[in-house]
Design a protein around this ligand. Structure first.
Ligand SMILES: [Zn+2]
Length: 369
């Protein structure tokens, strides 16, 4: 059961606007986190009071609350506990006047130092299908910003290296400590003491480096790999950015990729189809010789298991699907024409698919099942 907003502020339902405001000021002072460091109960009460005030100080919300209670705000965006500390402090301007204007970043007093991060670099790497199938280590030249040798840093004198400036202000809550990022050093806590002539204002310079990138087998066109810390360096004690590697897949002259499977179009002649043959074909792991049975039909698909692309997660490999196409000669000389004319009268050459011959569609269905 959610606590009544009037009870939280300790007022009656008939309280005037001025009374509501006064009650909230009192609670805010009592439970203010800077007066109760580390006290989670006080912080909870502080938030509750702020939430109650948020509703009761708004005539429209107050009317809805008076009529429907907490249900008025359920699922409507302003649910229970919907206020964070920043909301609460931004509300203070209305209640306490201008004195709280600079009160930013509650919790900022913990002495956390911001470390600046260098920017990311992006490069494209073009890979052959063979490289994708087997994985590859690429050495790529990258122009990245590095800390110029000889650059020295000194502790920021404004914030003494903490990256923050603390001020003691006298407010109606008493003496309050407020912290904000140091503007002199941008929160880094240090500044450049000396930089060589070839360094930029941040003490960085461009350097061409060879970065070795391990590319796992199974990557695809458009994928991005991240090499941590190989982007631009940051000044001082900052963290280097990342190198983002975009994969580009070079088209193979013979093989077409479809997911982890590969397709190969094999063309054989009439005679080879009738007599059977064997052929050497390209795969991503070198050439293999395949046997074509005599009497093979055009459209037959031979599946070479495991001759495709390995899956990126390391489990399993795709297949190589060899599509048999019987090539029809486009022109015939006199002698050949006579031969085929003679054959065309032979009943043996009339198409006669038996029930075992699958239609193209059944074959496709079979392949993907
Ligand atoms: Zn500073």
């Amino acid at each position: 059961m959610k606590e009544d907003f009037y009870d939280i502020l300790g007022i009656s339902k008939n309280a005037s606007t001025a009374e509501i405001k006064k009650a909230y000021r009192k609670k805010a002072i009592e439970y203010h986190p800077d007066k109760n460091p580390g006290d989670t109960v006080a912080e909870e009460n502080f938030k509750k009071a702020a939430e109650a005030y948020e509703i009761l100080s708004d005539p429209d919300k107050k009317a809805r609350y008076d009529q429907y209670g907490h249900q008025a705000f359920e699922g409507g965006g302003f649910g229970g506990g919907g206020m964070n500390m920043d909301d609460i402090f931004s509300q203070f301007g209305d209640i306490f006047g201008g004195g709280f204007g600079g009160f930013g970043g509650f919790g900022g007093g913990s002495g956390r130092q911001r470390r600046s991060k260098g920017s990311n670099l992006r490069i494209r790497v073009r890979l052959t299908l063979e490289e994708i199938a087997n994985g590859v280590e690429k050495k790529i030249k990258v122009k990245r910003k590095i800390q110029a040798p000889g650059t020295t840093y000194k502790t920021c004198s404004t914030c003494n290296g903490s990256g923050q400036v603390t001020r003691i202000t006298n407010t109606i809550l008493g003496r309050m400590q407020t912290a904000s990022p140091c503007t002199t050093c941008g929160g880094a806590g240090q500044m450049i003491d000396y930089r060589p002539s070839d360094a930029d204002a941040q003490g960085l310079k461009v350097s061409e480096e060879t970065v070795s990138i391990k590319i796992p087998a199974g990557v695809e066109d458009g994928m991005q790999l991240k090499v941590s810390g190989k982007g631009n360096e940051a000044p001082g004690n900052g963290i280097a950015g990342d190198l983002i590697v975009a994969i580009e897949e070079q088209e193979h002259t013979e093989l077409q990729r479809e997911g982890n499977n590969l397709h190969y179009d094999l063309y054989i002649s009439f005679s080879e189809a009738a007599l059977g043959t064997s052929r050497e074909i390209d795969t991503v792991s070198g050439k293999v010789r395949i046997k074509i049975e005599d009497g093979v039909q055009s459209g037959k698909i031979l599946r070479l298991r495991g001759k495709g692309i390995p899956s990126l997660n390391g489990y399993g490999k795709g297949d190589l699907l060899v599509h048999v196409n019987v090539w029809t000669p486009k022109t015939l000389n006199k002698e050949q024409r006579e031969f085929f004319e003679k054959m065309s009268k032979d009943d043996h050459f009339a198409p006669n698919p038996d029930s075992e011959e699958k239609s193209f569609f059944e074959k496709v269905k079979d392949m993907f099942s």
